[in-house]
Design a protein around this ligand. Structure first.
Ligand code: S3P
Length: 190
């Protein structure tokens, strides 16, 4: 899998887009929640996390939803939450890794947000998530292969983000500052 050659790349902020929010998409372990929290603080925006919204709505953890109800039920929750996001303003939205992995979700996010994909290679992702146990999709005999498989499936969708930011050699603060800069640029030039 190729990494973007530039650290950030404006791909498609079409004219007249309504951009009220920032939506962070990208694979598990790319830092969406940490970057999102800091970017929200820097912008003086509210921060929301789609996984947390789902957990509140379901009354149980993402892990338990996968375990007790299955992935398809979790994806239904995601779609429902995405519809609720449409009315948000001045909000940084961190999404679960699967959200940016399909066309309909991307279209929905682009209706109100600048969509920023945080990027890292499979090896870096593996290094970041290998000791964590809360990710249901990685509870398999070969989690490294699962990361590769999911990244291959999702890459064409992740690449449709307005902005791609390589997180490999940047601190959370540097990535968040970059996101804030791109947001200001996008709202001035839309
Ligand atoms: C998922 C990523 C997780 C969470 C769920 C499914 C995915 O979120 O939504 O376990 O499909 O990649 P993070 O990306 O925050 O780990």
């Amino acid at each position: 899998m190729r990494l973007p050659t530039r650290s950030a790349l404006i791909l498609s902020v079409s004219e007249c887009r309504k951009i009220e929010n920032v939506a962070l998409i990208g694979f598990m372990g790319t830092g969406k929640s940490s970057v999102g929290r800091l970017a929200a603080e820097l912008l003086q925006f509210t921060f929301v996390d789609t996984d947390e919204m789902i957990e509140t709505s379901a009354g149980k953890s993402v892990f338990k939803i996968f375990e007790e109800d299955g992935e398809s039920v979790f994806r239904k929750y995601e779609r429902r939450i995405l519809a609720d996001l449409q009315s948000l303003k001045r909000t940084v939205i961190s999404t679960g890794g699967g959200v940016g992995g399909n066309e309909a979700n991307l279209t929905s996010l682009k209706q109100h947000a600048l969509v920023v994909c945080l990027w890292a290679s499979p090896q870096i992702i593996w290094n970041r998530v290998r000791t964590q146990t809360h990710r249901p999709l990685l509870q398999t005999p070969d989690p490294k292969a699962k990361i590769h498989e999911l990244l291959v499936q999702r890459e064409p969708f992740y690449r449709q983000a307005d902005i791609l930011v390589n997180t490999e050699v940047r601190s959370v603060r540097e990535v968040a500052q970059h996101v804030v800069h791109e947001f200001h640029f996008a709202i001035q030039h839309r």
